[in-house]
Design a protein around this ligand. Structure first.
Ligand code: XBP
Ligand code: MG
Length: 253
């Protein structure tokens, strides 16, 4: 017999909030400027850089693929780590100022799930401080405790698309993949969640709307609200917004 749904596991960037273009990208550029580097990641370049998850990994990828003539300093690892730490400071400040809201339907679904005693977790490649800043500035300062596991950043050696971060969250919760559902927005995200064996609901954003989401339970433009419904981009179900009953139905289908 199929197991009942026990937990919702959320990606952060792109899924809870549209953080990439106006959040992470802007914070990277601020850190570059501060370090007197003339690097400027445009919106379209950033779309290409998103092929690699993780900020430190993304900086290295940029230098390999798009700025190979840059002369690397002797202490290159420390240089990347320093740039990334500065970027995190900028990003955290932006989140604290409330610059990026949650996506439509996210707060409603999380609060409904919590009221129904559904278990909640986060699985993301982003730095833990970023998750804390976004979650507490949007959902309130006690909201980090709503999630029994915050699996984030360098806690696992291999970031998405590797399954490690989801496997880590499942192990911490003591749950099997067939008792949980993941919420993702990107190809690297669904590759990670599916490799961990999780059914996955996709809400796309501007950077990911052309990604290949074969195997997703459903692909939506957003979670939607009763008054502002979502669009179903792929998948048979007739969904106007994601509530817990709909998530359970999609999980069981
Ligand atoms: C998110 C990311 C992150 C952020 C930057 O991917 O790729 O790297 O862009 O975060 P996902 P850090 O949503 O699939 O988890 O700079 O803190 O690494
Ligand atoms: Mg994401």
């Amino acid at each position: 017999m199929a197991k009942a749904l026990q937990a919702l596991i959320f990606d952060v960037d792109g899924t809870l909030a549209d953080t990439e273009r106006d959040g992470h990208r802007v914070a990277f550029n601020a850190a570059f400027k501060e370090a007197a580097l003339d690097w400027d990641w445009s919106e379209s370049l950033y779309g290409e850089l998103l092929a690699v998850t993780g900020g430190k990994e993304r900086i290295r990828f940029y230098l390999e693929k798009f700025n190979a003539e840059f002369e690397k300093p002797a202490q290159f690892d420390a240089f990347v780590a320093g740039l990334h730490a500065a970027k995190t400071t900028h990003f955290v400040e932006m989140m604290r100022r409330g610059e990026i809201p949650l996506r439509p339907g996210v707060e409603r679904l999380i609060k409904e799930a919590r009221a129904a005693k559904m278990r909640l977790a986060i699985a993301t490649t982003t730095t833990p401080a970023n998750v804390e800043a976004l979650v507490s500035s949007t959902l309130g300062c006690d909201a980090m405790q709503w999630f029994e596991v915050i699996a984030a950043g360098d806690i696992v050696p291999s970031k998405k698309p590797a399954p490690d971060i989801y496997q880590y969250a499942l192990a911490k919760m003591g749950l099997d993949a067939d008792q949980c559902i993941a919420f993702e927005d990107s190809l690297n995200g669904i590759l990670s969640s599916q490799a961990a064996g999780l059914k996955t609901i996709i809400t796309v954003n501007g950077y990911t709307c052309n990604d290949d989401f074969s195997g997703a339970v459903i692909v939506l433009d957003q979670m939607g609200e009763p008054a502002t419904p979502c669009k179903v981009l792929k998948g048979g179900a007739d969904v106007s917004y994601l509530d817990l009953a709909t998530v359970k139905k999609l999980f069981e289908a």
